[in-house]
Design a protein around this ligand. Structure first.
Ligand code: CS2
Length: 456
């Protein structure tokens, strides 16, 4: 038996179902990047919000390229199981928020029409760092932002909304970028300035791009997970997602129109999002990337194994408490020491099987906001960051190919730099002001020596 609307009644009592009549609710959100993270995070917050109020907030999920999620979910009427796993056991619930999933290039007109519908108020995004199509200097790379990028569909929908005299949309970035809303606003403006300058003013006055801090650890679902879930719910679910019990969402209070009552699931709507976002990127994600590259180098496969390695645990402790925390300005009541403790506990969750190789992916897009901003901050104060520099050496080994094939949009460039520059030149070749990883951090001789000594 396959999970579907017709089979909801056959689920065991222990599996929670949507607490509202999901099929009667309309679409209010279009979400780009309908991967496991969205299904474990925003879709779950929205499911709770719809149980708490009467809103039409179902989500049209969009895959920019791969048909896999569409194929899994259409057969299940958009339903899927969300399993929270900890040492204490597993808890399963069925999420009813996803109305349908489409592949953008295959159903272009339907996507644009839904974005342009008067009932749609929000377009949200988990398109990963590379989905924003940024050049190394942070500006929009117009060649990457082609007519199959999220920007192109939005621009067409904006034209229709303006023409019809409709209100703007809230563009809600849920990706791990610093100031994700502000970046999206700037990049969207750059796209419109180049391609549809008549829409720039409309976009600026009618749309809003709140920044958000999103947090939930969501390993990629494996076949073994699917088998375990089949045993738990008594039917097959190809779209099931496994996650940890913890989740957090802090959203800047800046919307263009109505929104779901996400507070029902504990979302914080605040003006102080930046402090949470920076802490999460530098402490959680910064530590994650360090565990990934150093852990793989030391033969580990999962996050919980890497954090159990005393040498890595001590380095992560220093990275979070001595290097990340002093670079942050906490919001009132935000306790960074307690945050570090809580993160280490979450990393230790043995029930999660979070693969290091998953985190290692796309490092060139991740480490600027996770590590390089911190290096630049401390450099200005004349301080060095040995833990981050050690992790950076592990990343350099990774992109050299030491851990196997490299999954990164800059993989070929990084490999070519290694080939041309070698051990003594690689740091300068990548990180100086003309390199593909240029940032506000410019490696000092001492930084270079430390990295090369670790690499040797
Ligand atoms: C991870 C994140 O894969 C990665 O790069 O660091 O996906 C991390 O698990 C989430 O941001 C946690 O909220």
């Amino acid at each position: 038996m396959r999970l579907s609307a017709a089979h909801l009644g056959a689920l065991p009592e222990s599996v929670a179902r949507p607490r509202y009549d999901h099929e009667t609710r309309g679409i209010g959100i279009v979400h780009f990047g309908i991967g496991a993270f969205h299904r474990a995070h925003m879709a779950a917050y929205t499911d709770n919000a719809m149980a708490a109020d009467q809103g039409d907030w179902r989500i049209l999920g969009v895959s920019l390229r791969s048909p896999a999620v569409r194929d899994q979910m259409r057969l299940q009427d958009g339903l899927y199981t969300l399993v929270e796993r900890s040492a204490a056991g597993s808890k399963a619930r069925i999420i009813g928020t996803i109305a349908d999933v489409l592949v953008a290039s295959e159903e272009r007109e339907r996507l644009i029409a839904t974005l342009a519908a008067p009932t749609t108020h929000i377009a949200s995004f988990t398109i990963t760092e590379k989905g924003y199509c940024r050049a190394p200097d942070g500006s929009l790379d117009l060649a990457l932002a082609d007519d199959r990028s999220a920007y192109a569909y939005l621009a067409e929908a904006f034209a229709r909304r303006q023409e019809a005299g409709l209100s703007g949309l809230t563009l809600l970035s849920c990706d791990n970028l610093a100031g994700n809303g502000a970046q999206l606003e700037r990049l969207m403006t750059e796209c419109l300035s180049a391609r549809a300058p008549d829409l720039v003013d409309w976009f600026r006055t009618e749309c809003a791009c709140p920044s958000t801090m999103v947090d939930r650890i969501v390993p990629a679902t494996t076949d073994e997970d699917r088998q375990q879930i089949e045993a738990l719910i008594g039917m097959r679910d190809e779209a099931a997602v496994v996650t940890e019990p913890f989740s957090q969402w802090v959203i800047e209070d800046k919307f263009a129109g109505p929104r779901p009552y996400w507070e029902a699931h504990g979302a914080q709507i605040t003006s102080a999002v930046h402090a949470y976002e920076a802490a999460k990127l530098r402490m959680l994600n910064g530590a994650h990337s360090a565990l990934a590259y150093l852990g793989l180098q030391r033969g580990h496969e999962f996050v919980h194994q890497a954090i159990a390695d005393p040498e890595l645990a001590s380095l992560i402790d220093r990275l979070m408490r001595d290097e990340a925390a002093p670079s942050l300005t906490p919001a009132s009541g935000q306790d960074l020491n307690a945050y570090a403790d809580a993160l280490i506990d979450r990393f230790k969750n043995p029930a999660l099987s979070h693969r290091l190789i998953q985190i290692a992916m796309d490092g060139s897009q991740k480490i600027p906001q996770r590590w390089l901003e911190m290096l630049a901050f401390h450099q200005k104060q004349g301080r060095q960051c040995p833990a981050i520099l050690t992790a950076l050496a592990a990343w350099l080994r990774h992109v050299r190919g030491d851990n196997g094939p490299v999954d990164d949009p800059l993989a070929a460039t990084l490999k070519a730099k290694w080939h041309d520059a070698g051990l003594d030149g690689i740091v300068t070749a990548l990180f100086d002001s003309k390199g593909p990883m240029a940032s506000d951090w410019s490696p000092s001789d001492a930084d270079r020596d430390l990295i090369v000594s670790v690499l040797n």
